[in-house]
Design a protein around this ligand. Structure first.
Ligand SMILES: Nc1ncnc2c1ncn2[C@@H]1O[C@H](COP(=O)(O)OS(=O)(=O)O)[C@@H](OP(=O)(O)O)[C@H]1O
Length: 300
């Protein structure tokens, strides 16, 4: 693996690093599928996905919705094992993007949940970074404040694409729901990502927070202890707050006071990459290269 900056330069500035594929379903076929899927409970949607979609992974930040999905898949996997009198094996592996800025509670939950459900957990960090110190040495401090687009690209977008390439992921399950509103207000159960052809399955798209929480309680699903402290949607510690009394939406605690509702993972990949590339070019243009005469005066 080349050094991080070289890797990012090569991937992002020079090459088209993403395998783009023609969409697996035509627009009309997708519409038909979504109409059919909308009539099914999430467990049946997941069973359909398991028999239909190749290269299927669950991407999760261990939010409440993702945990419900994890529990449902675990129960499907157990039923399958019982029918075949074999040892249960969780059928869909997890991908978790460790931004390096998660709350410790989230990292502990990732361990706790993947152990409880005995599910393979693939963790991806920003390229060539094991720790926050590595990341800040390469990209500076508080990048989320100084260059939000580059931050989103480096901690979420690039690692996700690296994961999809490594495992030949063709379809992902996400925990997005319509009731989270904003850009999610109208999401379908099955989506095809523009340009890349990646399939995104949102099995709980039609559930609201109360329904998700009721499932968690009824099925004793492990969850983030921050929820009991007033948090609802949990992302990076630097841009997540508990809800206050005026909150009308469960995601109000994310990026408080800023005109931002998404971390970039579910935005147009090519636009995200273009923004990152533009910012990188701008930064390198701003680097003052000492003139030859200045250098020679230094050596005198
Ligand atoms: N870090 C990380 N790793 C893997 N997958 C992730 C990550 N962040 C977001 N997601 C996926 O996006 C779903 C919605 O997450 P959020 O509501 O937290 O929003 S955001 O994506 O951070 O903007 C989220 O749903 P959950 O499974 O409920 O966490 C995931 O499917």
């Amino acid at each position: 693996m080349p050094p991080a900056n070289q890797y990012i330069d090569e991937l992002s500035l020079e090459q088209d690093d993403i395998n783009t594929r023609p969409p697996l379903f035509s627009e009309n076929h997708l519409k038909y599928l979504n109409e059919k899927l909308a009539k099914l409970p999430p467990q049946k949607i997941l069973e359909w996905a398991l028999v239909t979609l190749p290269g299927l992974y669950q991407t999760t930040a261990f939010g409440l919705t993702g945990l419900v999905i994890l529990d449902m898949i675990s129960k499907i996997s157990q039923d399958f094992a019982e029918e075949n009198e074999t040892l249960p094996q969780h059928l869909i592996p997890l991908i978790f993007l460790d931004t390096l800025y998660h709350f410790p509670e989230t990292l502990q939950l990732a361990k706790r949940a993947s152990t409880k459900y005995n599910v393979p957990l693939h963790i991806f960090k920003p390229i060539d970074c094991e720790t926050v110190e590595d990341f800040e040495a390469q990209h500076g401090q508080k990048l989320w404040e100084t260059d939000e687009d580059s931050y989103d690209y480096l901690v979420k977008v690039e690692p996700s694409r690296r994961a999809y390439e490594q495992f030949n992921v063709l379809a992902i399950i996400t925990g997005r729901r319509r009731s989270q509103s904003g850009e999610r207000g109208n999401i379908d159960i099955l989506e095809i990502e523009k340009g890349t052809g990646l399939l995104k399955l949102n099995p709980l798209a039609h559930w609201d927070f109360a329904k998700v929480r009721a499932y968690v309680r009824a099925n004793e699903v492990p969850y983030n202890p921050l929820l009991d402290k007033g948090y609802r949607s949990v992302g990076d510690w630097h841009s997540t707050k508990p809800l206050n009394n005026n909150s009308s939406n469960e995601r109000d605690g994310r990026w408080e006071g800023r005109n931002k509702t998404e971390c970039g993972l579910h935005k147009d990949y090519f636009k995200m990459r273009a923004a990152f590339v533009a910012s990188k070019k701008k930064k390198s243009a701003n680097v003052v290269v000492p003139s030859l005469s200045a250098l020679s005066s230094l050596s005198n």
